[in-house]
Design a protein around this ligand. Structure first.
Ligand code: GLY
Length: 369
């Protein structure tokens, strides 16, 4: 642990904040990472871990290039984390299959896949035999059609967070858990971050507190209005099954099923704007259970044994909020919504490169003075 004052304060220890902290520390900066709860304890713990532009991105929107770039960065990101920590990360290019249950869904899915192909998101139409070759459990139902996204990938975000925590510590990041940032004061050359009991300051701060990001009061240098962050609650359920029964992700719209290497089958999800309401309600469990039963009738032979919720970090912006706040030392890295796990490597790259680039003149000056 370092006790001297940091070069950068990262506010929020989810996958976005922890990835940024790790990369900044590897670049030689002194970094403190603060989190109101525990590192990786919120959305990054809850997430399914689908790296799947095919399931999320349907047009040339601000997410597209970031998602494709982060897909490219992921293999090296995982390999570097594993090598640095010895943590085995459940990471697999599983492919993702979207199915249509009737002709209308099939027309919509076919048209979507065609639009996505033009955007650089690869897919192929599967005939019934090819679908069964990829996912034998689909035998109990006649689907109107299926599309395979061969590049879709699965990662267990809890493995990633375990590795990131170790990697951050080994790279010298000071981690403060239970440290709730309540206000942030931006002045020339410095950002002061306060919690109810303490304060920290640094030339740079990164606001990466997910759905909580703009609940923190920001004052000081006049900044443009920041996009408002807010939570979109999602509920997932799981089934303890034998490993290896389902290789690809199976999807129908935002209903999905996927299996971890441990055998745990995860099904999702709901989407509710109900603030930070943590209730895991029976109605939502029944809803997800029924929808995945429609998607894959085979799963009805099993009972879910766990259910949990997470708060997707949404923001009222057309894409994730990843940029410097005016010409201050404050960087914004929030609003990743349904794609936080996917966008961690590219966000860490952009923010790290940005901070290093803006820091360079000051560093050069201090050498020459
Ligand atoms: N990315 C999947 C979800 O938000 O449920």
């Amino acid at each position: 642990m370092r006790s001297s004052s940091p070069d950068t304060l990262v506010i929020g220890g989810g996958i976005i904040g922890a990835s940024i902290a790790w990369k900044l520390a590897l670049a030689g900066l002194r970094v403190s990472l603060v989190d109101a709860g525990s590192v990786g304890g919120e959305a990054s713990w809850a997430g399914a871990g689908m790296l799947a532009p095919g399931g999320e991105i349907v047009s040339r929107e601000p997410w597209l290039d970031l998602a494709l770039e982060s897909m490219r960065l992921y293999p090296a990101f995982v390999a570097e984390l594993q090598a640095a920590t010895g943590v085995v990360i459940d990471y697999r290019v599983s492919g993702g299959i979207d199915v249509a249950l009737d002709d209308e869904e099939w027309r919509a899915l076919g048209a979507r896949a065609e639009r996505q192909r033009a955007l650089g998101i690869a897919s192929t139409v599967l005939d019934r035999q090819s679908l069964l070759d990829q996912a034998p459990l689909c035998r109990d139902r006649d689907y109107a059609g299926a599309v395979l996204y061969p590049d879709d990938t699965l990662v267990d975000p809890r493995d990633v967070m375990r590795a990131l925590t170790i990697a951050c510590r080994s790279a010298g990041v000071e981690i403060r858990e239970g440290w709730r940032a309540t206000s942030l004061h931006v002045s020339r050359g410095s950002v002061l971050v306060e919690s109810p009991a303490d304060s920290l300051h640094a030339p740079f701060a990164v606001l990466a507190a997910g759905a909580w990001s703009t609940g923190i009061a920001i004052s000081g240098t006049t900044l443009p209005a920041l996009p408002i962050a807010f939570p979109v609650k999602g509920l997932l359920i799981s089934y303890p099954l034998e490993p290896g029964v389902l290789r690809p992700i199976l999807r129908r719209g935002h209903t999905y099923l996927l299996q971890r290497a441990t055998g745990i089958m995860i099904a999702g999800t709901t989407s509710e704007e109900v603030g930070f309401n943590r209730t895991v309600d029976e109605h939502s469990i029944d809803d997800v259970t029924a929808r995945v039963g429609e998607l894959l009738p085979w799963i009805r032979r099993h009972q879910p044994t766990a259910a949990w919720i997470g708060f997707r970090p949404a923001a009222d912006s057309p894409g994730p909020v990843i940029h410097r706040a005016a010409d201050t030392g404050l960087w914004l890295a929030y609003g990743h919504y349904r794609n936080g796990i996917l966008l961690a490597p590219v966000t860490a790259k952009l923010v790290t490169e940005g901070i290093l680039a803006t820091r360079a003149p000051a560093a050069a000056h201090s050498f020459s003075s």
